[in-house]
Write a protein that binds this ligand. Sequence first.
Ligand code: NAD
Length: 490
Amino acid sequence: MTTFRSVNPARPDEVVGEYPVHDAEAVDAAVARAARAQRSWARRPVPARADIIAAAGTIISRDKDAFTALVSREAGKVLVEAGGDVQEAVDMAWFVAGQGRAAWGATVPSELGDKLCWTTRQPVGVVGMITPWNFPVAIPSWKIFPALLAGNGVVIKPSEHAPACCEAFVAACVEAGVPADLVQVVHGFAEPAAALAAHPGVRALSFTGSVPTGRKVAVAAMETGPRLLSLELGGKNAMVVRADADLDLAVEGAVFGAFGTSGQRCTSTSRLIAHPDIAAELVDRIVKRAAELRLGDPQDPSVDVGPVITGSSAERIAGMVAAAVDEGATVATGGEIVTADGCEGGAFFTPTVLTGVRPDHHIARHEVFGPVLAVLEVADMDDALAVVNSVEYGLSAAVYTRDINAALRAVDAIDTGIVYVNAPTIGAEIPLPFGGTKHTGNGFREAGSRGIEQFSEVKTVYVDYSGRLQKAQIDTHPPEGGAPAGTEGR
Ligand code: NAD
């Protein structure tokens, strides 16, 4: 069987693991195994499933240092960010386990006597998952834990850049008591992912990745694949800084939001929309802070910014910066692919600030997925909000102001799934829904109380204990003389 290697992006000669390239036949076999295992898993009481998920959280917490080192080695994240990625999986395990001992539906009073009405959740069967590399433990946890709680089997195709993290996560689940066949991992590139997306035995598909890939997945799913399709796609996240903002806070927020994880988060701050009165000072201070950030081996605790995931990713980012300059933007800092000590072959992109960007520039409209902050100057707040909303993405946005009225008006006006006030565009928390509007998604949310919705079907149950035929959907209070006209056929 053909294999591929996952490597350390800081030193691509260092192999992290070697994995098979699975084909459509292997995907078929994985779906069949997960389907067989799912039948008995679904018969376990929900709290019993929850206990196993909680145990998985405990195991990941126990092994947090090893997981953190692996995330850092395979995805190139600096240690504090890698640890945050792992901690999110622990938090998600415990949050989802709690949902297993909470309400599972609603009871609703019947309009008729001696009748009960309630809703409950049922598993869908086998859930397919296709995941990106940038949260290689957290994102599998956002999907696998709620899918298991709902009683499903899983076939996951992790990113080709982070297969080892996914395997380690699934091994922790199995150690906790998840039946070995219930969660299947298939590896490779587009082929097994596309086969999973189009598989008639997969009843729900949960995809996280870029908009172009998400569109391919949606087409494949539409033709022969799952009925439930959840898409969590890219972002073009904006931070609006009003003239009355606390500039210290805004500078720290912009640096963290734009350059954290080397700008490779779906929620990374990639547009800074600043009032002209403060724009020059803001840019000066961000440029100074950006220049102080230390690039290097992400496993060195003194390093602030690690590599981008591949050399070709660095080339793509450089191409977008060059195109921005062609359109009239100016590089205030950064814009270069560099190497770092002890990181032979690793591609590092210097934290970049572009000024003079206009809303119609390509860089202002498209996801970069790299450490590049485009600065746009807009004086009027309504115009600034219109610029925030002018892109096809709708994931996250931030507003910095000391004016509570302006802040809350912005919260109302911004068309994204997540809005921050006086905090950067990154920093989601597990108990709250995560996801975006417009082309960032298709309406589902991950995490929070709604995280389970994409992995379960709602069933409505009516129990009539009157012992006689009671008629709903029939007008029970007709006017004298019989049924109102036009209702006889209902
Ligand atoms: P990507 O779209 O390149 O790949 C995602 C997954 O899709 C990988 O597993 C890949 O192998 C698979 N894939 C590739 N071709 C496919 C095809 N034809 N059919 C089906 N699957 C295919 O994304 P990436 O580079 O791994 O991750 C970065 C992207 O993910 C960014 O756009 C980022 O914004 C987005 N992202 C979104 C969220 C969110 O929750 N909204 C979270 C993290 C990342």
